[in-house]
Design a protein around this ligand. Structure first.
Ligand code: GSH
Length: 214
């Protein structure tokens, strides 16, 4: 059976939970990452030398990096429609995945950590504003793209939507005032109609409020 390591409220673990739910796959879950030192044990470092979650093991192979895990699972279950056998079509979705990793996620994490996870008295307003402005620009970019098509990779849900769509619930629900671009919101509503999205992503994250200890 597929195994998954990582606390279920971690941003990058959420991507994998959503993917597993879309595929209807059973898995064994190891809840690591919320207690000090858990990712630095010899046992865990043998799985992921970068001491990060998520990690999966499937068919005897260990895989880390959330977007790599998404690619692996989608490519291994091509009947799900989440992958593209046509390489040019696949590249459309994959471009957004790589952009998520280097642009969208760092700015989202900066805002989420700086605002939601940092106790109010310790927040840095100027830094938050700068992160929020960068994120707003990212979302405008997504909006332009989604004006032309319902999903990031084209006409149906794919790995690209899972990588980028994971942040929407926290972005719009964490209590920081943000723009709500029309086509992003339509996309968000489309995702929200999926059981897999609601059951994995649209979950309370109250336990992270004001917590910087993990
Ligand atoms: N690029 C990596 C980033 C992994 C990462 O930074 N994961 C965070 C959780 S979202 C982590 O392991 N944090 C340490 C912890 O939760 O203890 C990926 O996409 O998998």
């Amino acid at each position: 059976m597929l195994e998954l390591w990582g606390r279920k409220n971690a941003y990058n673990v959420l991507k994998v939970l959503w993917m597993l739910a879309e595929l209807g796959l059973e898995y064994r879950h190891y809840d690591v990452g919320s207690r000090p030192g858990e990712l630095e044990t010899d046992e865990f470092l043998a799985l992921n030398p970068h001491a990060r979650i998520p990690v999966i093991r499937d068919a005897g192979k260990v895989i880390w990096e959330s977007n790599t895990i998404l690619r692996y699972l989608a490519a291994s279950h091509q009947d799900s429609g989440l992958w593209f056998s046509n390489t040019a079509e696949r590249a459309q979705a994959e471009g957004w995945m790589d952009w998520e990793l280097c642009k969208l996620q760092p700015d989202f994490i900066e805002l989420f950590w700086g605002f939601y996870r940092t106790p109010a008295a310790a927040r840095d307003a100027a830094r938050l504003q700068a992160a929020a402005a960068r994120l707003a620009a990212h979302f405008r970019l997504l909006d332009q793209h989604l004006q032309r098509q319902p999903y990031l990779g084209g006409e149906h849900l794919s790995v690209g939507d899972i990588a980028c769509g994971v942040c929407l619930y926290r972005y719009f629900e964490m209590g920081y005032e943000v723009e709500q671009p029309e086509f992003v919101m339509q996309w968000y509503r489309r995702l929200s109609r999926r059981d897999a999205y609601r059951n994995s992503i649209m979950q309370s994250f109250d336990e992270l409020y004001g917590r910087t200890d993990f």
